[in-house]
Design a protein around this ligand. Structure first.
Ligand code: FO1
Length: 307
């Protein structure tokens, strides 16, 4: 069993690579849920959905989120009725959120709801939310206190971020299966997702970081950045909130207590000695995943590290 810790779009590229290169049943994907939002009264779980849609072959490949060829009739009408429409929910995507919201209201935990959505969409891998309890990333910024989606989508990650917190984390538990999966994995892969807002919340779920330190399986992290800049999104901007510099060396510092190998881009190879000084093994290769072939090649190469 291969365990993947991931956020949304960046991590999903590697998740797809593994899905193509291994038996889908052998994959357990643990997703960040601290980006979850209630939008128009519906519970939206963007990272879970990005992974589920990716594994179901439904993802919009251009945007990296939402459903391919979706339409926006409901959103247009919501806007006409005076609702905000900056968070672009497509019609088919809304069907997912309506279903999730109904099942949650009926008392099912998010992990069961996610399993039901996976079954309905013929996803054969296991997709686990990091927790069944509600956690919310809040950012205190130059324009006030924002939710993750307000910062990321509405404000296009432009405001200066002073601090970041995961509201509700102290009351949360790992979802059923998360700790067992980490303990019994052949290998754990920390996907190239934002260390502050995607991987950070997963690591902060009580017990998860400890399980990663204690597992006998190899823990491998793939960098979401090259030359101090993230492939997409604000990861490099938010690393200061973790108290580390925006570089793969900073990333190694943030992950050093549980990661065995850090996979960095060949362009960052000069930083290898500094990372190794932190006690983290380094593997430098091409980590850009522009094409499906790139995703499959990186997944294939990473699979070698488990043996
Ligand atoms: N990202 C955007 O940049 N703009 C959007 O309007 C938007 C809507 C959206 C709706 C559903 C969903 O599952 C994801 C959506 N995303 C959108 C992506 C989302 O903000 C990010 O994937 C994550 O939260 C970051 O990991």
């Amino acid at each position: 069993m291969l365990v993947l810790l991931t956020g949304g779009t960046g991590g999903a590229k590697l998740v797809l690579g593994f899905h193509e290169e291994t038996a889908p049943e052998d994959l357990v994907v643990v997703c960040n849920t601290a980006d979850d939002s209630v939008v128009h009264g519906l519970h939206v779980s963007p990272d879970v959905d990005t992974i589920v849609y990716t594994l179901a072959g439904l993802i919009d490949p251009a945007k990296g989120w939402g459903i391919r060829d979706d339409t926006f009739t409901v959103l247009d009408q919501l806007q006409r009725l005076g609702n905000e429409s900056w968070f672009r929910l497509g019609d088919r995507d809304i069907a997912t959120h309506v279903t999730r919201t109904r099942l949650l209201a009926e008392g099912q935990p998010l992990s069961r709801v996610t399993a039901a959505l996976c079954r309905a969409l013929a996803v054969r891998s296991t997709v686990l939310p990091m927790s069944d309890q509600r956690v919310e990333t809040r950012l205190s910024t130059s324009v006030g206190d924002l939710s993750f989606q307000e910062y990321f989508v509405k404000a296009r990650w432009q405001p200066e971020v002073q601090t970041l917190r995961y509201r509700g984390m102290e009351r949360c538990l790992p979802a059923p299966g998360v700790l067992d999966a980490i303990g019994n994995a052949a290998m754990v892969v920390v996907c190239p997702s934002n260390p502050a807002t995607s991987i950070g919340p997963i690591l902060a779920v009580p017990g998860v970081r400890q399980a990663l330190r204690e597992t006998s399986s190899r823990v491998v992290a793939v960098s979401p950045m090259v030359q101090g800049r993230s492939f997409s999104g604000p990861a490099h901007k938010l690393m200061a909130t973790l108290g580390v510099e925006a570089s793969v060396t900073g990333l190694a510092g943030a992950y050093r207590d549980f990661v065995d190998v850090l996979v960095i881009d060949a362009e960052d190879q000069d930083l290898q000695p500094a990372i190794e000084k932190l006690g983290v093994e380094v593997w430098a290769t091409s980590i850009r995943m522009d094409s499906l072939d790139d995703k499959k090649r990186l997944a294939r190469d990473l699979l070698q590290l488990s043996s």
